[in-house]
Design a protein around this ligand. Structure first.
Ligand SMILES: *[C@@H]1O[C@H](CO)[C@@H](O)[C@H](O)[C@H]1NC(C)=O
Ligand SMILES: *[C@@H]1O[C@H](CO)[C@@H](O)[C@H](O)[C@H]1NC(C)=O
Length: 496
């Protein structure tokens, strides 16, 4: 009986990038709220420091440091997060992270010695190598993906097979083990993927240190919903012969987002007051996430498109590519002549600098559509409020998210692809009108987005006699971890 009251310890270990740490923080807070477990978030010292200020004051989540010195790996001193790195150095931080294996193992061994043996280790999609550490120590291990099942399935399949290398004369290809994704075009590949040939640093990392190791894990947790992402989930069940648990959407609350975000510039109240003056379903919200920006010429075309469309919009602006993303935004330099004054005068548009209260905006009844980079967190936030999407993917698996949303789910239209493609403002206007006008396509997309919103609500239902698929998946995950612990205990102590 005493066993049952014991506070089980769950160890979470995200890769050192904001786009990975934030979903893990959301997961930690979600588990803390749902289950009375002890939660330990592990990371390098500077990331831990940042996490400390991101936690709510009453949180019981423990933070544990793992030593890391970036200058030992040819990285600039005190860089422990991809945020602080130019793109070409990101792979160096990824490579350096594999050297954390020894200290991570020691950290877990220390926990075991202190009688605080983890019930499970939940590690990042870049930390496949942690699975063998867990195996050595007889601990339950899972990978947590902040990406969609479908997006990650494409990502996994492309890295393991490099299918775009088979026929270099063609710009299109199929995935040999994930036919469900149909045709993929090379413009849907992030730079590192497109250039990969098996001998490059990214391929070597994924194929020798990371993805290859996933078979040693006990399964994958996905921040997604089974009802609309089952194709991607089934890929991993088939490929790894392990469970895939769809437990989402697990998202930060508005308060936590503000704590993590660099709040500044336009305040939340200003956004909400502005939205309050707009009619129902009349506003386009434009944001490329906190990590991305577009080129100077794309920015010019987007501004012209927004103005020509005549629709109301909130646009989270950041300096274009080539400028420090955190520097001051210069509207008179990067936007059409007089643009800011005109949209202020007509009250058609609101420019938000750096950080916007995204959840509050998406939940406002005046918002009709989201023009998004389709990072999975943004997608989940949009669909949780029934808001259809105009997709403009920037990096990583975002291109495949657009595919899922447009081809399978019908809640998105793609407007552009990547940070260097040519965009014309006329095309932007056409897509905005297609979704926001009372066209047949627009109505259908809004209807489908509302349907998905209902799916999400149902998946998260946690009432007596009414347990949603995501709640059940999290229960199943912990049951699996629990039964491995019982089994290990019996093996170690057969007479007990
Ligand atoms: C912390 O406080 C918030 C707001 O009062 C509450 O919703 C949450 O459950 C609390 N968390 C813990 C771990 O007590
Ligand atoms: C969308 O609505 C605007 C304003 O009513 C109109 O000018 C435009 O032609 C419409 N476009 C489409 C494709 O329906």
């Amino acid at each position: 009986m005493a066993e049952r009251n014991r506070k089980e310890n769950i160890v979470l270990f995200p890769f050192m990038a904001q786009g990975h740490i934030i979903p893990f923080l959301a997961l930690a807070l979600h588990i803390e709220q749902k289950k009375k477990y002890t939660i330990t978030l592990v990371n390098t010292p500077l990331n831990i420091k940042k996490l400390r200020s991101s936690l709510p004051p009453n949180s019981s989540i423990r933070l544990l440091e793992i030593p890391f010195s970036s200058s030992d790996y040819g990285l600039p001193p005190n860089t422990e997060n991809t945020d602080a790195l130019p793109y070409h150095l990101v792979i160096h931080l990824i490579q350096a992270s594999t050297s954390l294996k020894t200290s991570f193992k020691k950290l877990i061994e220390n926990l075991i010695e202190q009688g605080d043996s983890p019930l499970c280790i939940i590690a990042d999609i870049f930390f496949g190598w942690t699975a063998s550490v867990a195996k050595d120590l007889n601990l339950f291990h899972a990978i947590f993906s902040g990406a969609s099942g479908y997006g990650l399935a494409c990502y996994y399949s492309i890295w393991m097979n490099l299918p775009h290398r088979n026929d270099v004369d063609s710009d299109e290809f199929y995935l040999p083990d994930f036919a469900e994704a149909s045709r993929i075009h090379v413009t849907q590949l992030a730079t590192s993927m497109r250039e990969a040939d098996g001998t490059d640093a990214w391929s070597i990392f994924h194929r020798k240190k990371n993805l290859l190791e996933w078979v040693n894990s006990d399964g994958i947790l996905f921040n997604t919903v089974e009802e609309f992402d089952f194709v991607g989930l089934s890929y991993f069940k088939r490929k790894l012969g392990k469970p895939a648990w769809p437990i989402g959407p697990v998202l930060l609350s508005y308060k936590s987002q503000a704590r993590v975000g660099k709040e500044g510039g336009t305040s939340s109240e200003l956004c909400i007051e502005w939205l309050n003056t707009k009619p129902l379903n009349s506003v386009l919200y434009v944001s490329f996430g906190s990590m991305n920006t577009i080129s100077a010429s794309q920015m010019m075309q987007l501004a012209m498109g927004l103005e020509t469309s005549g629709k109301n919009f909130i646009w989270v602006v950041r300096p274009p590519i080539g400028f420090d993303i955190n520097s001051e935004f210069k509207a008179n330099k990067w936007l059409p002549q007089g643009f800011e004054e005109r949209i202020k005068g007509s009250r058609k548009g609101l420019l938000v600098h750096n950080w916007a209260p995204q959840v509050e905006i998406l939940s406002h009844k005046s918002v009709s559509t989201f023009l998004s980079h389709c990072g999975w967190n943004s997608v989940l936030e949009s669909l949780s409020h029934g808001v259809p999407i105009i997709g403009w993917a920037m990096a990583a698996e975002q291109f495949f998210n657009v595919k899922l949303l447009e081809e399978e789910m019908g809640v998105c239209v793609e407007v552009a692809r990547g940070k260097s493609c040519e965009v014309r403002h006329e095309d932007i206007v056409q897509k905005i009108e297609l979704v926001m006008n009372e066209t047949q396509k627009g109505k259908e997309m809004r209807r489908k987005a509302c349907h998905v919103m209902e799916m999400i609500k149902n998946a998260m239902k946690d009432e007596v006699g009414l347990i949603g698929s995501s709640v059940k998946a999290l229960d199943d995950f912990f049951s699996a971890a629990m039964s491995m612990r019982e089994k290990t205990k019996k093996e170690e102590n057969p007479t007990a």
